[in-house]
Design a protein around this ligand. Sequence first.
Ligand code: FES
Length: 358
Amino acid sequence: MSHDFHPLRVVEVKRETPDSVCVRLEAPLEVAPLFAFKAGQHLTFRREIDGEEIRRNYSLCVSPNEGVLKIGIKQIAGGVFSGWANESLTVGDTLDAMAPHGSFTWNFAPHAAQRYAAFAGGSGITPILSLIKTALETEPRSHFTLCYGNRTSAGIMFLEELAGLKDRYLDRLALYHFLEDEEEEIALFNGRLDRERCEEIFTTLITPEGVDAFFICGPGPMMDAVEQALTARGVAKARILIERFTTAELSAAQLAAARALEEKAAGLKMSVTLNGRRVNVTFDPEKRSILDNVRAAGLPAPFACKGGVCATCRAKVTAGKVEMKVNYGLSPQELADGYVLTCQATPVSEGVALSYDI
Ligand code: FES
């Protein structure tokens, strides 16, 4: 994929909830084909705010068939980019973005008759909305169940759009809202999507054995709870797709182990390919990751979160060995194919060769 940034024009900013906006973007004609995407993928944005370059990923909330680019941005406490977007972003502005990417997606096919289930929390609905719309319009015989958790009804993103989808696909979309701070008649829907509630959902609303794929996106504890409940019921990992935006801090022991590995790697030589250019880089532990070593050597290697989550910094190892501190962004298949997250990677052998181009 291309790692270049392109200016997208902001053509609509719509307030979704008191703390979120939905932004429609338009790519210049000459790069529009680069912005074709698959359901569930995201865009990496780059913006200078108060003299600092900020990079953030936001998922597309539309189906590829809609022919538009739309993202949802929820304001998070202390969030520089999300705060700026919610307060200052207006029609006519431009946002620099990389081509869509990400593996939180599915190959929907018109002849398929599948059952899908999604668990979303807060702004985690964004990629899931894209997946729901695409599944239901592409596969007329497939069904989708959504369990969506929020604090209050006023904070539910895409509430009207979801209700519209429910009306349109009455028999094929099941929609359940779970609210932490509001009481409904049915106790199951009161409270957060924790492990206990998931267990109840799997005995009353959803039969996991009958679901072909689960999609999970939201706060870390919610995603862990759903994943654990599914795994405990024997659901294969290949049927559970998870999209993370944030991750827990490493423990002191994990940090010390990572530091020791970086120091041991001092002086190891790597060959790095990006945009057709190959450069030799000597690993310097003070620069920490392979990503930061590569960037310090003058190659504009792509990145966003630097936390092992978004996979923007993905590269393929073609020789030698590297180790990652954490991996929340690569699928088992990508790992088997030799991909690593370079923001988390340290070389552990001489002669490491890696490419951002394949
Ligand atoms: S920059 Fe996000 S995983 Fe490396």
